[in-house]
Design a binder for this molecule. Structure first.
Ligand SMILES: Nc1nc2c(ncn2[C@@H]2O[C@H](COP(=O)(O)OP(=O)(O)OP(=O)(O)O)[C@@H](O)[C@H]2O)c(=O)[nH]1
Length: 604
């Protein structure tokens, strides 16, 4: 039972760029408020590391409730709500922020504002949050808090006259931060008498208790045993377990407006209790759900095929299990003439795709061949029908379609001035449309471009990082569909078109990409006993052609018989290399070949 009144509650999150010190500061706040003892924190940290290593995933703190005795003599409850750190999950970030009244904006005083920080600050401002700027790492000799403050004021237009100088590592400024949270973040409004409305900001699947839902009570009261309704999914459940996160789960009997907690109610999959949905009471439902709910929509699609076709059912089981914990993951069976049976999967973005792929391989021990990511194209067919195509091999032929449009993104980059030239060149190569450039303090610049999403989801991020030696940061958001003269480029191996290699490209780039792809495939596909021709074609027109010469020598011949261990090693190496191959007709094609489009040098 918690009996804290709304005036004594403060709900806040921390906005920070990667490595600017969010986790260190969160730990400090937990320690300083006595929520977690130092000894426990060390142990927990180690346990989490162990788990992370074992499961290959990052365990994150979703929320923590702290008790804080403020200088005004009153006891407060401070709820820290975590936000995911990547653009792919910006919808989740926006829901986490919607559950707060304030945010700490943590900026590394030796670095400055980065693009991702900016995106999240704008989200926080949209939700009318009180933002408290914190300049972290002031213990570093290179810290320049004045410059960074100027930068924050200039870029965000945020008053930084009362910014806090802190070092999460050394424990400097922590009391000031806690006091600022109490004094500057507004308390939640006291709507305890209204019908229950609670906002889901996170959830995960637990194999014993079902889905654990993290929520913020916006109005009313929720009790253990209540029958609740989820307003978007329209499903009803009885609450088996209700609690707070301190930061470990601790059961309570009820939670009121303004409080943050978790519940378990034998919910089978996270898709049934989605982030952004509103929890209300079945007996006395609220008239209206909380605003802002949308269903996460996959942006990037790819084919996933088991290298060994007998593994198809195992792949299906694994995807089903992952989906219990990932409402945004979509999949449906796909049959490819080249690859056999597999699944067409949809993801929020490239990082999401990589996480799922990694989990399938690590946790479910599957060997997969994954095709290059594709965005969703909007095609108007000859009979005026509008269809969405997420698989290039399914694009209607030119004489069957009226028009084709592709999604565009606005990309914001922040970079030291010296890399502006090379980043502009990158954007131009990727069909970018220049929108804006602004000079900030100390030779840093913001660059804004509009780019086709297809050009962003390939290797844009990696290219940006390598061209700026790691200094630039970026953020993107979708701005709608635009028509373009796009064509389907087919690739043929040994005379047969390989549907999983088909791609949709701009007409003006088709020749360059076709040639580069043929060359890249020649480089990536191993030699066989026979000559393997490779061709790129648009419709029936071949635009590039290469061939892989036949293998002549036995690889073992080099070993002159004698050295058996060396021979073994060579065979092992070959076996390892073979693992991620897919037989396309009589040709073994390695995984890298399907991702070849990501490896082109970008100058096409
Ligand atoms: N010198 C100094 N180092 C700090 C300070 N705060 C954090 N760090 C260091 O900065 C690095 C990143 O800190 P984290 O707290 O992991 O940063 P984060 O923002 O949570 O990073 P992600 O979890 O990757 O998003 C770590 O090596 C910290 O030890 C500080 O005040 N001073």
């Amino acid at each position: 039972m918690t009996d804290v009144s709304a005036e004594r509650i403060r709900n806040f999150s921390i906005i920070a760029h990667i490595d600017h010190g969010k986790s260190t500061l969160a730990d400090r706040l937990l320690l300083t408020t006595g929520t977690v003892a130092e000894r426990v924190m060390k142990q927990q940290f180690l346990d989490n590391m162990e788990l992370e290593r074992e499961r290959g995933i990052t365990i994150k703190l979703q929320a923590a409730r702290m008790n804080y005795q403020a200088k005004d003599g009153e006891a407060y409850v401070l709820n820290l709500i975590d936000t995911p750190g990547h653009v792919d999950f910006s919808y989740e970030v926006s829901r986490s922020l919607a559950a707060c009244e304030g945010a700490l904006l943590v900026v590394d005083a030796s670095q400055g504002v980065e693009a991702q920080t900016l995106a999240n600050v704008y989200l926080a401002l949209e939700h009318d949050l009180e933002i408290i700027p914190v300049l972290n790492k002031i213990d570093l000799p290179g810290a320049e808090p004045e410059r960074v403050i100027e930068e924050i004021e200039q870029i965000i237009g945020l008053d930084c006259s009362n910014a806090i100088l802190a070092s999460a590592k050394e424990g400097i400024g922590i009391d000031e931060i806690l006091e600022a949270i109490v004094q500057r973040v507004p308390p939640p409004s006291n709507t305890i008498d209204d019908p229950l409305r609670a906002l889901i900001f996170d959830s995960y699947y637990d194999s014993y208790r079902g889905v654990i839902v993290y929520f913020r009570v916006m109005d009313g009261t929720v009790k253990k045993g209540d029958r609740v309704r989820l307003m978007a999914s329209k499903k009803e459940y009885e609450i088996d377990e209700l609690g707070v996160l301190s930061p470990n789960q601790k059961q309570v009997e009820e939670l009121h407006a303004g409080e943050v907690g978790y519940l378990a109610a034998a919910i089978k999959a996270v898709a049934d209790a989605r982030v952004g949905d509103t929890i209300t009471l079945a007996a006395k439902p609220a008239a209206q759900a909380l605003p802002g709910y949308t269903e996460a929509k996959p942006m990037v699609f790819c084919g996933m095929f088991p290298t060994d076709s007998d593994e198809f059912e195992n792949l299906r089981d694994a995807l089903e299990k992952l989906r219990l914990n990932d409402a945004a993951l979509q999949y449906e069976p796909e049959t490819s003439s080249a690859m056999g049976f597999g699944f067409r999967c949809g993801f929020l973005g490239l990082l999401h795709m990589e996480i799922v792929q990694e989990r399938l391989e690590r946790e479910y021990d599957l060997d997969l061949v994954i095709t290059a990511p594709s965005v969703v194209y909007k095609v108007v067919t000859n009979n005026g029908e509008e269809i969405y195509v997420d698989n290039p091999s399914k694009l209607p032929a030119p004489n069957e379609r009226e028009s084709i449009a592709e999604p565009y993104a606005q990309v914001e980059m922040i970079t030291p001035e010296s890399f502006v030239g090379t980043l502009m060149e990158l954007c131009q190569n990727r069909r970018g449309i220049f929108k804006d450039m602004k000079y900030l303090t100390q030779g840093r610049t913001t660059l804004t471009y509009e780019l086709p999403l297809a050009e962003v989801v390939t290797d844009f991020f990696d290219q940006m990082k390598s061209r700026s030696r790691g200094y630039a940061s970026m953020e993107y958001h979708l701005i709608g569909y635009r028509e373009n003269p796009l064509v389907r480029l087919d690739l043929m191996i040994n005379g047969d078109p390989v549907d999983s290699l088909a791609m949709i490209v701009h007409r003006d780039k088709a020749y360059g990409v076709g040639r580069a792809m043929a060359e890249k495939l020649k480089e990536l596909i191993p030699r066989h006993q026979f000559k393997v021709p490779i061709q790129a074609a648009i419709g029936s027109k071949v635009i590039a052609s290469e061939h892989i010469p036949a293998l002549r020598k036995d690889v073992l011949a080099k070993c002159y018989g004698g050295d058996i261990s060396r021979k073994k090693k060579l065979l092992q190496k070959q076996a390892k290399g073979k693992k991620r191959m897919k037989a396309v007709g009589t040709v073994d094609v390695p995984q890298e070949a399907f991702m070849a489009v990501l490896k082109l040098d970008g100058s096409q």
